[in-house]
Design a protein around this ligand. Sequence first.
Ligand SMILES: CC(C)(COP(=O)(O)OP(=O)(O)OC[C@H]1O[C@@H](n2cnc3c(N)ncnc32)[C@H](O)[C@@H]1OP(=O)(O)O)[C@@H](O)C(=O)NCCC(=O)NCCS
Length: 166
Amino acid sequence: MELRKINTQDAFAQWEYTTALPSDENGLTNPNHGVSYDEYLENVLPTLISYEHPVNMPEWFVPETYYYLWDEGHLVGEFRIRHYLTEALRTGAGHIGYSILKGFRGKGYGTEGLRLTVQIAKSIIPEDEIYLRVNKDNIASQKVMIKNGARLAGEDNQHMFMRIPK
Ligand SMILES: CC(C)(COP(=O)(O)OP(=O)(O)OC[C@H]1O[C@@H](n2cnc3c(N)ncnc32)[C@H](O)[C@@H]1OP(=O)(O)O)[C@@H](O)C(=O)NCCC(=O)NCCS
Protein backbone atom coordinates (compact mmCIF):
# COMPACT_ATOMS: atom_id res chain seq x y z
CA MET A 1 0.00 0.00 0.00
CA GLU A 2 1.34 3.45 -0.81
CA LEU A 3 0.36 7.10 -0.95
CA ARG A 4 1.10 8.82 -4.26
CA LYS A 5 0.95 12.56 -4.65
CA ILE A 6 -1.55 13.76 -7.26
CA ASN A 7 0.11 13.63 -10.70
CA THR A 8 -0.58 13.61 -14.43
CA GLN A 9 0.37 9.94 -15.06
CA ASP A 10 -2.46 8.66 -12.86
CA ALA A 11 -4.98 11.08 -14.38
CA PHE A 12 -7.60 8.50 -15.39
CA ALA A 13 -7.76 6.72 -12.02
CA GLN A 14 -7.75 10.04 -10.15
CA TRP A 15 -10.59 11.28 -12.37
CA GLU A 16 -12.65 8.12 -11.77
CA TYR A 17 -12.26 8.69 -8.03
CA THR A 18 -12.97 12.43 -8.13
CA THR A 19 -16.02 12.29 -10.38
CA ALA A 20 -17.60 9.51 -8.27
CA LEU A 21 -16.88 11.14 -4.88
CA PRO A 22 -20.11 12.81 -3.61
CA SER A 23 -20.21 16.61 -3.44
CA ASP A 24 -20.60 16.40 0.34
CA GLU A 25 -20.26 13.26 2.41
CA ASN A 26 -20.02 13.73 6.19
CA GLY A 27 -18.66 17.22 5.67
CA LEU A 28 -15.96 16.17 3.18
CA THR A 29 -16.68 18.39 0.20
CA ASN A 30 -15.90 17.78 -3.47
CA PRO A 31 -16.84 20.50 -5.97
CA ASN A 32 -15.79 18.19 -8.83
CA HIS A 33 -18.42 15.49 -8.45
CA GLY A 34 -19.67 14.41 -11.90
CA VAL A 35 -16.92 16.23 -13.82
CA SER A 36 -16.15 14.87 -17.32
CA TYR A 37 -12.72 13.38 -18.10
CA ASP A 38 -11.99 16.20 -20.58
CA GLU A 39 -12.84 18.86 -18.01
CA TYR A 40 -10.75 17.02 -15.40
CA LEU A 41 -7.71 16.93 -17.69
CA GLU A 42 -8.06 20.50 -18.87
CA ASN A 43 -9.00 22.34 -15.68
CA VAL A 44 -9.53 20.28 -12.54
CA LEU A 45 -6.25 18.33 -12.46
CA PRO A 46 -3.99 21.34 -13.12
CA THR A 47 -5.92 23.30 -10.49
CA LEU A 48 -5.66 20.57 -7.85
CA ILE A 49 -1.93 20.12 -8.55
CA SER A 50 -1.42 23.91 -8.26
CA TYR A 51 -2.95 23.96 -4.77
CA GLU A 52 0.40 22.75 -3.38
CA HIS A 53 2.00 26.02 -4.55
CA PRO A 54 -0.98 28.32 -5.07
CA VAL A 55 -0.78 31.08 -7.65
CA ASN A 56 -3.38 33.87 -7.93
CA MET A 57 -5.39 32.45 -5.05
CA PRO A 58 -7.12 34.57 -2.41
CA GLU A 59 -5.20 35.47 0.76
CA TRP A 60 -7.18 32.99 2.90
CA PHE A 61 -6.21 29.98 0.74
CA VAL A 62 -3.81 27.61 2.49
CA PRO A 63 -1.54 25.37 0.36
CA GLU A 64 -3.06 21.91 0.12
CA THR A 65 -1.59 18.69 -1.27
CA TYR A 66 -3.68 15.80 -2.53
CA TYR A 67 -2.50 12.22 -2.10
CA TYR A 68 -4.08 9.00 -3.31
CA LEU A 69 -3.91 5.65 -1.54
CA TRP A 70 -3.03 2.77 -3.87
CA ASP A 71 -3.19 -0.93 -3.15
CA GLU A 72 -2.18 -3.53 -5.75
CA GLY A 73 -2.94 -1.26 -8.70
CA HIS A 74 -6.23 0.08 -7.28
CA LEU A 75 -6.71 3.68 -6.27
CA VAL A 76 -8.74 3.21 -3.07
CA GLY A 77 -8.74 6.57 -1.29
CA GLU A 78 -7.89 10.26 -1.22
CA PHE A 79 -6.10 12.18 1.54
CA ARG A 80 -5.67 15.98 1.50
CA ILE A 81 -3.16 17.82 3.68
CA ARG A 82 -3.56 21.56 4.40
CA HIS A 83 -0.09 22.84 5.21
CA TYR A 84 -0.85 25.12 8.17
CA LEU A 85 -3.80 26.41 10.19
CA THR A 86 -5.69 29.66 9.81
CA GLU A 87 -8.33 30.67 12.34
CA ALA A 88 -10.99 29.25 10.02
CA LEU A 89 -9.20 25.88 9.78
CA ARG A 90 -8.33 25.80 13.50
CA THR A 91 -12.02 26.03 14.41
CA GLY A 92 -13.12 24.16 11.27
CA ALA A 93 -11.86 21.38 9.01
CA GLY A 94 -8.28 21.24 10.37
CA HIS A 95 -5.25 19.84 8.53
CA ILE A 96 -6.45 16.62 6.88
CA GLY A 97 -9.51 15.49 4.91
CA TYR A 98 -9.99 11.96 3.57
CA SER A 99 -12.29 9.43 1.99
CA ILE A 100 -12.18 5.80 0.86
CA LEU A 101 -13.86 4.40 -2.26
CA LYS A 102 -17.28 3.00 -1.35
CA GLY A 103 -16.55 -0.62 -2.37
CA PHE A 104 -13.33 -0.65 -0.31
CA ARG A 105 -14.59 0.65 3.03
CA GLY A 106 -14.42 -1.40 6.23
CA LYS A 107 -11.20 -3.15 5.17
CA GLY A 108 -8.71 -1.03 7.11
CA TYR A 109 -7.79 1.35 4.27
CA GLY A 110 -8.97 4.47 6.12
CA THR A 111 -6.84 3.59 9.14
CA GLU A 112 -3.70 2.73 7.16
CA GLY A 113 -4.16 5.70 4.80
CA LEU A 114 -4.39 8.15 7.69
CA ARG A 115 -1.30 6.57 9.28
CA LEU A 116 0.70 7.17 6.09
CA THR A 117 -0.76 10.68 5.70
CA VAL A 118 0.11 11.66 9.28
CA GLN A 119 3.72 10.60 8.63
CA ILE A 120 3.90 13.06 5.73
CA ALA A 121 1.92 15.78 7.52
CA LYS A 122 4.37 15.73 10.43
CA SER A 123 7.11 16.96 8.10
CA ILE A 124 4.92 19.70 6.56
CA ILE A 125 2.84 21.36 9.26
CA PRO A 126 4.39 23.80 11.75
CA GLU A 127 1.85 23.20 14.55
CA ASP A 128 2.57 20.77 17.43
CA GLU A 129 -0.58 18.77 16.79
CA ILE A 130 -2.50 17.63 13.73
CA TYR A 131 -6.04 19.02 13.84
CA LEU A 132 -8.97 16.93 12.59
CA ARG A 133 -12.73 17.42 12.64
CA VAL A 134 -15.33 14.69 12.44
CA ASN A 135 -19.14 14.61 12.57
CA LYS A 136 -20.52 13.13 15.77
CA ASP A 137 -22.45 10.52 13.80
CA ASN A 138 -19.42 9.42 11.74
CA ILE A 139 -18.32 6.47 13.89
CA ALA A 140 -16.08 4.92 11.20
CA SER A 141 -14.01 8.09 10.84
CA GLN A 142 -13.78 8.57 14.60
CA LYS A 143 -12.35 5.05 14.87
CA VAL A 144 -9.86 5.78 12.08
CA MET A 145 -8.66 8.86 14.01
CA ILE A 146 -8.52 7.18 17.42
CA LYS A 147 -6.57 4.22 16.00
CA ASN A 148 -4.07 6.82 14.79
CA GLY A 149 -3.60 8.25 18.27
CA ALA A 150 -6.14 11.10 18.16
CA ARG A 151 -7.60 12.58 21.33
CA LEU A 152 -10.81 14.54 21.73
CA ALA A 153 -9.95 18.23 22.14
CA GLY A 154 -13.42 19.78 21.95
CA GLU A 155 -16.83 19.60 20.37
CA ASP A 156 -19.79 21.60 19.14
CA ASN A 157 -23.35 20.50 18.35
CA GLN A 158 -22.43 18.58 15.24
CA HIS A 159 -18.68 17.91 15.40
CA MET A 160 -15.86 16.47 17.45
CA PHE A 161 -12.50 18.21 17.24
CA MET A 162 -9.67 15.70 17.42
CA ARG A 163 -5.89 16.13 17.61
CA ILE A 164 -2.97 13.83 16.93
CA PRO A 165 0.29 14.86 18.64
CA LYS A 166 3.35 15.24 16.40
C1 LIG B 1 -14.57 7.34 7.14
C2 LIG B 1 -13.91 6.41 6.12
C3 LIG B 1 -12.72 7.13 5.49
C4 LIG B 1 -13.45 5.15 6.87
O1 LIG B 1 -12.67 4.39 5.96
P1 LIG B 1 -12.60 2.80 6.07
O2 LIG B 1 -11.58 2.33 5.10
O3 LIG B 1 -13.96 2.22 6.00
O4 LIG B 1 -12.04 2.65 7.57
P2 LIG B 1 -11.46 1.31 8.23
O5 LIG B 1 -11.75 0.14 7.37
O6 LIG B 1 -10.05 1.59 8.58
O7 LIG B 1 -12.39 1.20 9.51
C5 LIG B 1 -12.17 1.91 10.69
C6 LIG B 1 -13.13 1.42 11.75
O8 LIG B 1 -14.46 1.88 11.43
C7 LIG B 1 -15.34 0.77 11.43
N1 LIG B 1 -16.35 1.03 10.42
C8 LIG B 1 -16.21 1.04 9.08
N2 LIG B 1 -17.37 1.37 8.49
C9 LIG B 1 -18.26 1.56 9.50
C10 LIG B 1 -19.62 1.94 9.55
N3 LIG B 1 -20.30 2.20 8.43
N4 LIG B 1 -20.20 2.07 10.78
C11 LIG B 1 -19.50 1.85 11.90
N5 LIG B 1 -18.21 1.51 11.92
C12 LIG B 1 -17.60 1.36 10.73
C13 LIG B 1 -14.49 -0.41 11.09
O9 LIG B 1 -15.07 -1.62 11.50
C14 LIG B 1 -13.24 -0.07 11.86
O10 LIG B 1 -13.44 -0.33 13.23
P3 LIG B 1 -12.68 -1.51 13.99
O11 LIG B 1 -11.22 -1.19 13.87
O12 LIG B 1 -13.21 -1.42 15.37
O13 LIG B 1 -13.05 -2.74 13.25
C15 LIG B 1 -14.93 5.99 5.00
O14 LIG B 1 -16.07 5.45 5.61
C16 LIG B 1 -15.37 7.16 4.11
O15 LIG B 1 -14.74 7.44 3.09
N6 LIG B 1 -16.48 7.85 4.48
C17 LIG B 1 -17.00 8.97 3.69
C18 LIG B 1 -16.14 10.22 3.81
C19 LIG B 1 -15.82 10.57 5.25
O16 LIG B 1 -16.64 10.39 6.14
N7 LIG B 1 -14.61 11.07 5.48
C20 LIG B 1 -14.15 11.45 6.78
C21 LIG B 1 -14.61 12.80 7.15
S1 LIG B 1 -14.03 13.23 8.79
